[in-house]
Ligand binder design. Structure first.
Ligand SMILES: [Zn+2]
Length: 240
């Protein structure tokens, strides 16, 4: 099993790691700070630094392992074949993410939680990249750009703390106020569920990476509001 450092330490930029496997699909490490594409959030890019200083450029990170134990595949960028061939199981490397790109993911991802708190409807699609965040709401009412931008700016300026909380099914049952702000219902029957809490604003199950306080998101603009189908309104956020 791979140690997923990004879960508890989203601000960690690098870690020492050992190569577990190298295949055509990608490189598996025993631990990593690279977030694998999932939950709408793009996978991380970065480098694996070898003992002799050579660097393998990583273009993307995805989940692997199929039905077996979950692994994380670090997918090399184009023209890295010769470097990848020099990697062997057991080798030590430093795994270092492209922090600027990841931080943009974290800021935009946290912004989508704010949007969920502002628009009281279920979502049915989500995509978070370094350039934009796209969120699809299951709703028929029109949305107003000015209102969304004003409310987003308010929640960013109010500097709400962001934290991960764990709750059991019993705790969720016993504390209905915990579920009140939830925009996505937590999965049940797994024993405990990982929730992302934006203090006083939003609470929902989420496994992505987020900033520690909403002020870190910075200025946002609503780049697009689209009627994607009769029952779907799409909102695209970009940095302001
Ligand atoms: Zn999230």
């Amino acid at each position: 099993m791979v140690e997923e450092i990004f879960r508890e330490e989203p601000y960690r930029r690098e870690t020492e790691a050992r190569i577990a496997a190298v295949s055509a699909e990608g490189i598996v490490l025993d631990r990593t700070v690279f977030y694998p594409r999932g939950g709408g959030q793009a996978g991380d890019a970065g480098v694996l630094v070898m003992r002799d200083g050579r660097q393998v450029a990583i273009a993307d990170t995805i989940k692997g392992g199929g039905e077996g134990p979950r692994t994380i595949l670090h997918v090399p960028a184009a023209a890295q074949e010769a470097l990848v061939e020099a990697l062997h199981p057991g080798d030590e490397v430093v795994a270092r993410i492209d922090w600027d790109r990841r931080h943009r993911h974290m800021r935009l991802h946290t912004a989508t939680h704010l949007l969920c708190a502002i628009v009281p409807h279920q979502t049915n699609g989500c995509s978070i990249t370094a350039q934009y965040a796209r969120l699809d709401f299951d709703m028929v009412e029109p949305l107003e750009r000015e209102t969304l931008e004003r409310e987003l700016a308010r929640l960013v300026a109010e500097a709400h703390d962001v934290r991960t909380v764990w709750a059991s099914d019993e705790e969720l049952d016993a504390k209905p106020e915990l579920v009140r702000t939830m925009s996505v219902k937590p999965p049940r029957g797994l024993g405990r569920v990982r929730l992302l809490e934006i203090d006083g604003v939003d609470l929902q199950p989420c496994g992505g990476t987020h900033v520690a306080n909403t002020r870190e998101i910075g200025a946002l603009r609503v780049a697009k509001i689209e009627k994607k189908s009769a029952r779907t309104r799409r909102v695209v956020l970009e940095f302001g």
